[in-house]
Design a protein around this ligand. Sequence first.
Ligand SMILES: Cc1cc2nc3c(=O)[nH]c(=O)nc-3n(C[C@H](O)[C@H](O)[C@H](O)COP(=O)(O)OP(=O)(O)OC[C@H]3O[C@@H](n4cnc5c(N)ncnc54)[C@H](O)[C@@H]3O)c2cc1C
Length: 338
Amino acid sequence: MIAPPVDLSGANTLGLPSRADVVRVITDTAALAAAAEAARAAGQPLTVLGGGSNVVLRDRIPGLVCLMRTRGVSETPSGDSVLVTAAAGERWHDLVRRTLGRGLYGLENLALIPGAVGAAPIQNIGAYGVELSDRFVSLRAMDVDSGSLRTFDRADCRFGYRDSVFKSGEQGRWIIVEVTLALSRRPAPVIDYPDLLLELERLGWQAPSPVQVAEAVIRVRRRKLPDPRWTGNAGSFFKNPVVPADVGRRLAAAHDLTVRAGEGGAAKLSAAQLIDRCGWKGRSAGPAAVWSRQPLVLVNTGAARARDILGLAEQVRADVHRRFGVELELEPRVIGQD
Ligand SMILES: Cc1cc2nc3c(=O)[nH]c(=O)nc-3n(C[C@H](O)[C@H](O)[C@H](O)COP(=O)(O)OP(=O)(O)OC[C@H]3O[C@@H](n4cnc5c(N)ncnc54)[C@H](O)[C@@H]3O)c2cc1C
C-alpha cells in the first residue's frame, strides 16, 4: 500500500494532477481479492486503473485505487488457432509484439494502443478495421461485491462499438483478471481501412505480412496521434456518433459529410469531421487544446486539470450540437471529484 494522499499524475496519460486516498499495486489475484475485501469492509469505492490512458481523473479519487500490474502470458493450441491468455496487467502493445514475434496473427491492426490487457475489453478497443471482439474468446473477472471469479464468453461481454457490459450496464462491478484471445498461425491481414491502405501503398507493400501491417499502423499512429510521454492525452476523446440511417443521409446531404455503415443498418458519422467543421482543430481553451493533426484528441498543453479538459470538451460538444444537432459522447471515463 502507498501512503495517502497519492499523486496519480504519472498514472494517467493526460497527466492530470489527481490525488488518491489509498493506492494498491496489484501483482496477483490474491492481492486483488484482499484489496476488494478491504474496500468492502471500509465501505469505500474501489477504482481500477491499468495504464490510465482512457480516463479523466478529477482532483481527488476517493476510496481505494488498484493499479493492475499482474503479469503472465500462456498459449494453448486449439485446432487452427492458438489460445493466448494474458494477465490483466500486461501492457497491450507488448502482447501485440510478443504474439507477432511468435508467429501468432490477428492483433497487428491493434498495435501501439496504450494501456493494459485488462482494460481492452472494457471499451472493446478497436483500430484500423479490427476490434478486440474479433479475436476474443473469454475473460475471467472478479466480482467486486463478493470477491468471486466468473468466466465471461463473448456473448456475456455484450461488445459493441467502443462498448461492453463492463462500460455500460455493470460499470465498476467486475475487475478483469485475464483475457483469452484466439490467434492464428496463418496470416490473414485486414487492410481495407483507408488510412492503412494508403500507408501500405506508400510503403510499396502490396501483399503485406502481419508484421508489415503492424509497422504501417504504427507509422500512421505516430504521425497522427500525440505521444502521451510528451503531450498528455487520452486518445480519441469522443466516440463517432451513430445515428439512424435516414438522419445520416439527411446530414450527409445537407453538410457534405462522410457517413459509414454502423451496426444494424445505422449510420456512423465521423466525430473528427464534425469537430473540424466547427473550426476547433488546433484551438485551445486555457491549458487544454484540440490536437492539430487529429481533432478527436484533446491534449493537456501544460498544467491542465480535469475541469479544463472537460470544459473544452463541453464547448466542442455544444458547437457540434448547435451546428449539426448531433450529440457527441465522451469516450474516456471521468472518475473522482473536484
Ligand atoms: C495515444 C492514445 C491512443 C489511443 N488509441 C486507441 C485506439 O486506437 N483504440 C481504442 O479503442 N482506444 C485507444 N486509446 C484509449 C485507450 O488506450 C484504450 O481504451 C485502453 O484499452 C485503455 O487501457 P488502460 O489500461 O490505460 O485503461 P485505464 O485508462 O486505466 O482504464 C480505462 C477504464 O477501464 C477500467 N479498467 C481498467 N483496467 C480494468 C480491469 N482490469 N478490470 C476492470 N476495469 C478496468 C478503468 O476503471 C476505467 O474505467 C488510446 C489512448 C491514447 C492515449
